[in-house]
Design a protein around this ligand. Structure first.
Ligand SMILES: Cc1cc2nc3c(=O)[nH]c(=O)nc-3n(C[C@H](O)[C@H](O)[C@H](O)COP(=O)(O)OP(=O)(O)OC[C@H]3O[C@@H](n4cnc5c(N)ncnc54)[C@H](O)[C@@H]3O)c2cc1C
Length: 506
C-alpha cells in the first residue's frame, strides 16, 4: 500500500470515500471487489479516529439483548463467525467470565436467560456454549475476585481483535485489488459538477499541496466527524449524530486468561476487564460530552470511575500510579429519541444530502462488513453496477490458505529457525501479520540488527517499523507506535521520545 497522491488526481473515480476508519475501509474493499474504481482519503492516519480506540471486541453484544435488539445481536454474531474465518490472525476467540453478585441490577436468572438466547442467536457459528460456573471454581480461576456476595457465575465466548490493525489490513486488502488510499489527506471543499459528478478539493497534510479528486459518488464515512463534513459540503438536515465518549485504561497484566464482564457498582453499567497484549484493558465509560472528536482528553474522574469498578471486584487494587496508558473515543451514534447513552442503537443509517453526498452514521466495528455490503449495494445501484458483494467469502490479505491452527505453529517455528527470532517474537509476528509475517521477517535477513525488540519485555521487533514504512503507509511516530504496533499505548515514553526526535532532528 503506497501513498500516491498523483493517482488520486488521475481521472474520475466511481467512488471517493472520505474517512479511513473501519467504515470507509470496509466500503473500499467491498466496492473495489465489485469492480468499482475507488479512492479513499483520511485527514489523519487510517484508524486514527474511533477505529483504534474501541474495546477491541468482535461480539454480538450481550448487553444489547436487554434492549431487545435481537436482529443487531444476530447479525453481529454472524459477522463474528465470518471474521474468525476471514481474519484469524487478527480476530481470536476470547473466554468471558460473568460473576453473579447479590443485590445488583441484573439477577442470575436474567443473565442465564440472556446467555441462552445469545447461544441460540449464534447458531452453528457459536464458539462454545455458555455454561454456569460455581462460585468456588470462579474463585480458584480468578484468585483476586471479590468473594463477598458472589453467587456463582457463567462462562461464555466472544472474540477479540486488534482494531487498528484490522482496519489497516482491510485497507491493504482493498489496495491490493486496486483501491487508491492515502492518509493525511483532508477533504476541505466540495463542488458539484454537471452530470452528477463531484470534485473534492483535499489538502495533503504531509507535503501541504492541494489535490482535486473527481468522483461519480462521494461517501462521507468520517465517523464522529460526519456532521462536520456534511456542513462542509453545504448539507442541511444536520446533525445526524449524538456521539458518546468512551474511555479505557491499561494497567499491567496479571496473568488473567479470561475477560470479565462486570456491572459498575456506582451505576450498574456494563464494564469489561480484558486481557490484551499482555496487559489489562479496563473500559469503558459512556457519557455525553461537549468535547469534539479533535480535542478528546482523558479526565482524572473518568480514570477514577474505571479504577473504582476494578477495585470493587478485583484485588490487589490498582491505583492511578499503575495506569500505563489511557485513550478516549467518540461513538458515532445516530441521533435518536432521548434515552440512556448505552441504550442507544448501534444501528447505522445512510443519509443522502441535496448535493448528492452520501453520509453514513452509526454502526459498530463488529458489523462493519455487513454495513459495507449494504452501503455498497446502494452505491452500486446508483452507479448502475450489478455485481454483488463478495466480502463474506473473502479472506483478508494476511489470512493463510490452510486452517489457522495448522498454520500458526508451523509458521512461527519456520520464522524462528530461519531468521533467528525468539519464540515470542516469531509467534507475535504470525499473530499480527499472519501470512505476511515472512515479509516482515525478511528485513531481518537484510539487516540482522532489526531482530532486536523495540523495547525490552515486549515482543515487537524493530523490523516491523521498516515493514510498516514500506508497506503500511506509516508516516508519523504515532502511526508506528499507536496503530501499527500498539506500544505507545502502554509505553508513552517511546512516543514522547519519537516526537522529540522528529521535532528536533540532529
Ligand atoms: C469507547 C468505544 C468502544 C467501542 N468498542 C467497540 C467494540 O468493542 N466492538 C465494536 O464492534 N464496536 C465498538 N465500538 C464502535 C466502533 O469502534 C465504531 O463504530 C467504529 O470504529 C467507527 O468507525 P468509523 O470508520 O465510522 O469512524 P472512525 O474510525 O472515527 O473513522 C473516521 C475517519 O474519518 C476521518 N476524517 C474526518 N474528517 C475527514 C475529512 N475532512 N477528510 C478526510 N477524512 C476525514 C478521521 O480522521 C477518521 O479516521 C466502540 C466505540 C467506542 C468509542
Amino acid at each position: 500500500m503506497q501513498r500516491d497522491l498523483d493517482a488520486l488526481a488521475d481521472g474520475t473515480f466511481d467512488l471517493l470515500i472520505l474517512g479511513g476508519g473501519i467504515t470507509g475501509a470496509g466500503v473500499a474493499l467491498d466496492a473495489v471487489t465489485r469492480g468499482l474504481r475507488v479512492a479513499l482519503i483520511d485527514k489523519g492516519d487510517f484508524a486514527g479516529g474511533t477505529s483504534s480506540v474501541s474495546s477491541k471486541l468482535v461480539h454480538g453484544g450481550l448487553r444489547y439483548l436487554e434492549h431487545g435488539a435481537f436482529p443487531l445481536v444476530y447479525e453481529a454474531l454472524h459477522e463474528r463467525t465470518l471474521l474468525l474465518r476471514n481474519a484469524p490472525h487478527l480476530v481470536r476467540p476470547l473466554r468471558f467470565v460473568l460473576p453473579f453478585y447479590a443485590g445488583v441490577r441484573l439477577a442470575p436468572w436474567q443473565w442465564r436467560a440472556g446467555l441462552t438466547l445469545y447461544d441460540l442467536l449464534a447458531g452453528r457459528g457459536n464458539i462454545r456454549r455458555s455454561r454456569p460456573v460455581a462460585a468456588r471454581r470462579l474463585l480458584a480461576d480468578l484468585p483476586g475476585l471479590r468473594a463477598d456476595g458472589l453467587r456463582g457465575g457463567a462462562e461464555f465466548f466472544d472474540a477479540q481483535m486488534d482494531d487498528a490493525r484490522l482496519c489497516i489490513e482491510v485497507l491493504q486488502t482493498a489496495a491490493l485489488r486496486g483501491a487508491h488510499a492515502a492518509n493525511y489527506v483532508q477533504a476541505v471543499h466540495f463542488e458539484r459538477q454537471g452530470g452528477g459528478f463531484t470534485s473534492v478539493t483535499a489538502v495533503d497534510r504531509v507535503a501541504g499541496a492541494e489535490v482535486t479528486i473527481h468522483a461519480r459518488q462521494v461517501l462521507n464515512a468520517t465517523g464522529p466527524w460526519v456532521d462536520e463534513v456534511c456542513a462542509l459540503a453545504g448539507e442541511d438536515g444536520v446533525p445526524h449524530l449524538q456521539p458518546t465518549k468512551g474511555v479505557h485504561i491499561l494497567v499491567p497484566g496479571r496473568g488473567q486468561s479470561a475477560a470479565l464482564l462486570l456491572l459498575h457498582p456506582r451505576d450498574g453499567r456494563i464494564l469489561f476487564v480484558i486481557p490484551w497484549l499482555g496487559k489489562t484493558l479496563i473500559g469503558t465509560t459512556d457519557t455525553v460530552t461537549p468535547e469534539g472528536p479533535d480535542d478528546l482528553t482523558v479526565r482524572p474522574e473518568e480514570v477514577a470511575y474505571l479504577i473504582e469498578a476494578h477495585n470493587h471486584y478485583l484485588g490487589p487494587p490498582v491505583s492511578e500510579g499503575d495506569v500505563l496508558g489511557s485513550f478516549a473515543g467518540l461513538r458515532p451514534l445516530i441521533r435518536q429519541r432521548p434515552g440512556e447513552p448505552s441504550a442507544r442503537s448501534r444501528e447505522f443509517r445512510l443519509f443522502e444530502g441535496r448535493s448528492g453526498l452520501l453520509s453514513v452514521a452509526g454502526g459498530k466495528y463488529t458489523t462493519y462488513r455487513a454495513m459495507a455490503e449494504t452501503l455498497t449495494d446502494v452505491i452500486a445501484r446508483r452507479l448502475g453496477v450489478r455485481h454483488r458483494s463478495r466480502t463474506a467469502e473473502l479472506p483478508l490479505d494476511g489470512t493463510p490458505p490452510e486452517p489457522w491452527a495448522e498454520f500458526a505453529p508451523q509458521a512461527a517455528e519456520a520464522l524462528r529457525t530461519r531468521y533467528g527470532l525468539s519464540v515470542e517474537a516469531a509467534r507475535h509476528l504470525i499473530g499480527r501479520y499472519g501470512r505476511r509475517a515472512a515479509d516482515v521477517a525478511g528485513y531481518v535477513e537484510r539487516y540482522p540488527r532489526l531482530a532486536r525488540p523495540v523495547v525490552a519485555g515486549e515482543p515487537d521487533v524493530q523490523a516491523e517499523f521498516a515493514y510498516q514504512r514500506d508497506a503500511e503507509m506509516a508516516v508519523r511516530p504515532d502511526d508506528y507506535l499507536l496503530r501499527r504496533t500498539r506500544l505507545g499505548l502502554f509505553h508513552p515514553e517511546l512516543l514522547r521520545a519519537a516526537f522529540e526526535r522528529v521535532e528536533s532532528p540532529g
